[in-house]
Design a protein around this ligand. Structure first.
Ligand code: ARG
Length: 575
């Protein structure tokens, strides 16, 4: 089965080559969905200009070449080609989509190794809502790339190293390992950090101990490293709890935190200096990638080693990019990280190119994640100004989902199961449905709504189709009828579904999960119209029409479920 727009593009290109010469075989026929037909091709206008001919005449010449086309082509207005596909063609293509286990989603050739850096919470602070979005978007991208056949290497670049660890380890010793582990596992990282901070700021002796501890940690003292592991293991157990609840695919094998690069930092600096990429400037080792200037027009430094000899965030990222290209053999590296780090990544990528660590054929992309805002339009926080604990947020989502489905008569276990899926689905879908780089207002009422482009609405759409099959007394997979074209609503739904494969390819290549959400939302809306206008199980419906409609229901269900699965949104069987 084939995407209609792709088929049309090829056909019109052939027509162009025939009518105007082979040099036009690669021209973009500018095919767009149209309100007057299925599609419209606008190439005649632009081509006419170049050929110095009348646009309508050019359009007519193209139309003449499309005589064996499975549909009708009309010239309208100044030279638009209005294209309407045959009902039979659409039905036959929908049928072959139903028969295709991949629903028309192709696999890429050649396959690529795609490194995806996502989630990356900071252990020294609480995992906050900003990390929720990088986690959810990153995980959807990982699922999409795997589905189209790429090799995905997930990298959870945890903030698990650096100066705060001196103070954190000393605080851990003060309160005792057991108490500390209990707090960290329970997600009280913020409280832990703040208590340590208060002592650090107010207690000179503690501050001194913390400073010494950083040095012993960095020099690899075994007992200090053991304490660091105690701290990190408890913290990671908490992160894993959150990942587990969200159904995020990250595992311990994907942990590649800042600490992992610690042994490479010295060489990173030495190599950058030796190759002349980095130079000393006021005691600090800096790269000045071309094209970056500050407000004073002075070249902007990427500081690789501070004047006190310390390494920073940029040092680690330089080591990481080299590792990802050289050791992980990345063809593409996606950094799913907050938009506020845009300058940092542009400079890291430029410096890595300069150093020859990032060859031209490897693409490094910052998938910018827009800030999470509260309803007041400010950075999302609790009323008292602290950042909101993730587990609390997820608890609230499930509580609200439970309330929303309370009156449906399910037993307690089923209700808990559905509420979990609805709550997590709502949070995840809300993060995914707006373009990743736009700011996003966190609003429980809206994301848990059962209408509009929301998780619950999408889940409800699939549950509704499942209930049709329950009423019919069959499994969706048993719907083997031949899809025939009938009513306009059936035709519109089928034509839309045919675009799924091409859309998934584009969404994956362009890191745009929100377009998959939009496609699925449109699918659910077209299904609603179909279901209103085309009875499926009513007794007066002829058996072959019923079979055809059930097959179309099955195709819609599989498309919705596959799409939601690629987004990582859970789908309950009932709602
Ligand atoms: N831990 C960082 C933060 O919370 C994000 C790390 C992103 N990845 C990277 N390679 N820098 O802002």
């Amino acid at each position: 089965m084939t995407d209609p727009q792709t088929v049309l593009t090829e056909r019109v290109q052939q027509a162009l080559a025939h009518a105007f010469g082979a040099e036009h075989a690669d021209a973009d026929p500018l095919i767009r969905p149209s309100q007057f037909a299925d599609f419209q091709a606008n190439v005649a206008m632009s081509l006419a200009k170049r050929l110095r001919r009348a646009p309508r005449e050019v359009a007519e010449a193209i139309r003449a070449e499309l005589s064996d086309f499975p549909g009708t082509v009309e010239v309208s207005g100044p030279g638009f080609l209005n294209i309407t596909l045959d009902d039979g063609w659409i039905a036959a293509e929908a049928q072959s989509m139903l028969d295709d286990p991949r629903l028309g989603v192709g696999t890429v050739t050649p396959t690529q190794t795609v490194v995806i850096d996502y989630s990356a919470p900071n252990a020294a602070k609480e995992m906050h809502v900003g990390h929720l979005r990088t986690t959810i978007v990153g995980d959807a991208l990982a699922r999409l790339h795997e589905h189209v056949g790429n090799t995905v290497v997930r990298q959870n670049h945890l903030g698990d190293w650096g100066t705060p660890f001196g103070m954190l380890i000393e605080h851990l010793l003060d309160i005792g390992e057991e108490a500390a582990v209990g707090q960290l596992e329970a997600g009280m990282g913020t409280e832990f950090y703040q208590a340590a901070r208060v002592k650090f700021d107010g207690d000179e002796a503690f501050k001194q101990r913390a400073r010494v501890r950083v040095t012993t940690l960095q020099s690899g003292d075994p007992e200090t490293l053991r304490l660091w592991h105690v701290f990190m293991d408890a913290t990671v157990r908490y992160f894993n709890k959150v990942y587990g609840r969200l159904g995020v695919t990250l595992t311990d094998a994907d942990l590649a935190g800042e600490s992992m690069y610690n042994p490479m930092l010295e060489r990173t600096c030495a190599d950058l200096e030796a190759s002349g990429t980095a130079e000393l400037s006021e005691g600090a080792l800096c790269v000045f990638p071309p094209g970056f200037t500050g407000s004073d027009d002075k070249p902007l430094p990427l500081i690789i080693r501070k004047s006190d000899g310390g390494y920073g965030y940029a040092t680690t990222d330089m080591a990481a990019i080299r590792y990802r290209v050289h050791d992980l053999k990345a063809a593409r590296i996606l950094y799913v990280v907050g938009a506020d780090q845009a300058l940092h990544f542009r400079m890291v990528f430029a410096a890595a190119r300069q150093a020859g660590w990032l060859p031209d054929e490897v693409s490094a992309e910052h998938v910018q994640i827009g800030m999470m805002l509260g309803k007041d339009g400010r950075r999302f926080k609790t009323r008292s100004g602290e950042s909101i604990k993730l587990t609390d947020l997820l608890d609230e989502a499930v509580e609200r989902a439970t309330a929303a489905i309370a009156d449906r008569g399910y037993d307690a276990a089923t209700q808990a199961e559905i509420a979990r899926a609805v709550g997590m689905g709502a949070v995840k879908y809300a993060d995914l449905s707006v373009s990743h780089d736009s700011e996003y207002v966190f609003d429980f009422d809206r994301m848990l709504g059962f209408t509009g482009n929301t998780g619950p609405y999408m889940q409800y759409a699939t549950a509704r189709i499942r209930s049709i099959f329950r009423k019919a007394g069959m499994e969706p997979a048993e719907a083997q009828g031949t899809i025939t074209s009938g009513e306009p609503a059936e035709r519109a739904l089928s034509l839309h579904l045919l675009g799924f494969g091409e859309l998934v390819s584009q969404v994956t290549a362009q890191s745009e999960p929100h377009r998959l959400c939009a496609f699925l939302f449109e699918t659910a809306s077209l299904f609603s119209t179909f279901y209103e206008q085309c009875p499926v199980l009513r007794s007066d419906v002829a058996p072959e029409v019923r079979a055809s409609r059930l097959a179309l229901c099955a195709l819609t269900l599989r498309t919705l479920e596959t799409g939601l699965d690629l987004l990582g949104v859970p789908v309950p069987e009932r709602m």
